[in-house]
Ligand binder design. Structure first.
Ligand code: FES
Ligand code: FES
Length: 184
């Protein structure tokens, strides 16, 4: 009896045929079979969030899914956000707010934020703080990440309107100018 399964994974809009064992995790299939190495592996236990991707638009731990479970789902990795010379608005907000940290945790934070902002287009700061608590950074604080997500939400609201259909208006967003000293 063979343990191999021929599956088709749809990642970042492209279909890929893969022959995988039933035990192959989705993160291993993404990194090693598809060579999309932006997604990282930290704990492999669903704790750290370094492997966060979007599955059908919602953040998910790629280390907790088997590749065979992902067949037929719409998968997005950090590579879908933008290119080095063409960053997405979220990546730009992270860069502008010094929210880009190490290569291990940042892709997970970006995908967590991308999924979160698609669900909650005008989050409160407390809601952002709660959302990012799902992922771990082992070496620094979360302040600039929260700033970046808040800034991105405000920028999207300004360009698309609070309901996504009209410009500007009553966007709640962030009013603190960039680089203003933060409250103690
Ligand atoms: S590697 Fe998946 S949650 Fe840590
Ligand atoms: S784990 Fe990436 S900066 Fe802390």
């Amino acid at each position: 009896m063979t343990d191999q399964h021929l599956i088709t994974l749809t990642v970042n809009g492209a279909d890929h045929e893969l022959l995988v064992s039933a035990r192959r995790t989705l993160v291993d299939a993404i990194r090693h079979d598809l060579r999309l190495t932006g997604t990282h592996v930290g704990c492999e236990h669903g704790v750290c969030g370094a492997c966060t991707i979007l599955v059908d638009g919602a953040p998910a731990r790629a280390c907790l899914m088997f590749a065979v479970q992902a067949e037929g789902r719409d998968i997005r990795t950090v590579e879908s956000l933008g290119a080095p010379d063409d960053l997405s608005d979220l990546q730009t907000a992270f860069a502008d707010n010094h929210g880009l940290q190490c290569g291990f945790c940042t892709p997970g934070f970006l995908m967590l934020a991308e999924g979160f902002l698609s669900e909650n287009t005008s989050p409160s700061r407390d809601e952002i703080r709660e959302a990012v608590s799902a992922n771990l950074c082992r070496c620094t604080g979360y302040q600039t990440i929260v700033d970046a997500i808040e800034d991105c939400a405000a920028r999207r609201c300004q360009s698309h309107g609070p309901a996504g259909d009209a410009a500007g208006g009553s966007c709640p967003g962030r009013t603190r100018p960039q680089h203003e000293p933060r409250p103690a």
